[in-house]
Design a protein around this ligand. Structure first.
Ligand code: SAH
Length: 225
């Protein structure tokens, strides 16, 4: 794919910085070659709209994307994507579209992506960006706690904001054998990454994977811009 966005190019410099970032992710323990390959391919700087931050795009850091939200750390994106074990044509529900970067990673891994964002300004910004880049996802403006019952069941569910608990609607919308990756609050600023696998009897096998810092999954507020 040839990436192009007005005023923003994917230069050799960007490509070099991206290669270094991939090495950093390897050094931090990411082993999933497919995930590393697609992250090496996608120009992360296209998803950061503030020019002042462009040159930071390839550091392993989170950055503001407007509406008091952040694009997740590359390590976090790589880690969650690896835990999901995406196979071609998997139907994936993402909660928290944000910048659209994680959405692009899932699409490049071959998934069919349904993504929900509750900040109207971000939804309105990211929708045209993804289509300009040639990415085809179903994007919804709405409340992630409710999931997307009309498109369920999903093979995989990824929540990209810190959840106070695991919403029942999301558990219900996961297919048997499906995987959900969700950071669950252990205090106000820190979450533990949970991976749930749905069993044939409807129960869940849950494994915890280390601490992360996400912006909160907001509850009990009607979506607004
Ligand atoms: N996947 C994003 C991460 C963005 S940060 C990326 O790669 O950039 C988390 C996002 O979750 C924010 O955009 C925030 O607005 C959104 N969010 C918070 N609460 C939500 C909810 N209840 N439903 C859907 N999205 C929500």
């Amino acid at each position: 794919m040839q990436y192009y966005l007005e005023h923003v190019i994917d230069s050799f410099k960007h490509k070099g910085l991206r290669k270094n970032l991939i090495q950093t992710l390897r050094d931090k323990g990411i082993e999933d070659e497919q995930v590393l390959t697609v992250m090496n391919k996608i120009p992360r700087h296209f998803f950061i709209d503030d020019n002042a931050f462009l040159h930071y795009a390839y550091k392993d850091e989170a950055f503001p994307i407007g509406a008091s939200q952040t694009i997740s750390h590359p390590f976090t994106v790589a880690f969650q994507s690896s835990l999901l074990e995406i196979k071609k044509r998997d139907k994936v529900l993402e909660i928290g579209t944000g910048s659209g970067y994680q959405t692009a990673v899932l699409l490049e891994l071959g998934a069919r992506v349904y993504s929900i964002e509750r900040q109207r300004t971000l939804f309105l910004k990211t929708k045209p960006l993804l289509s300009k880049l040639g990415y085809n996802a179903k994007l919804f403006y709405g409340d992630g706690y409710k999931g997307s019952p009309s498109f369920a069941p999903f093979d995989k569910i990824i929540v990209t904001a810190g959840a106070p608990y695991i919403p029942d609607a999301l558990k219900d919308q996961l297919a048997v054998g499906g995987i959900m990756v969700i950071p669950v609050d252990i205090n106000e600023t820190t979450q533990v990454m949970n991976r749930l696998i749905k069993q044939p009897d409807g129960s869940f096998e849950t494994t915890e994977y280390g601490e992360f810092k996400f912006v909160p999954l907001l509850e009990n507020k009607s979506p607004k811009g």
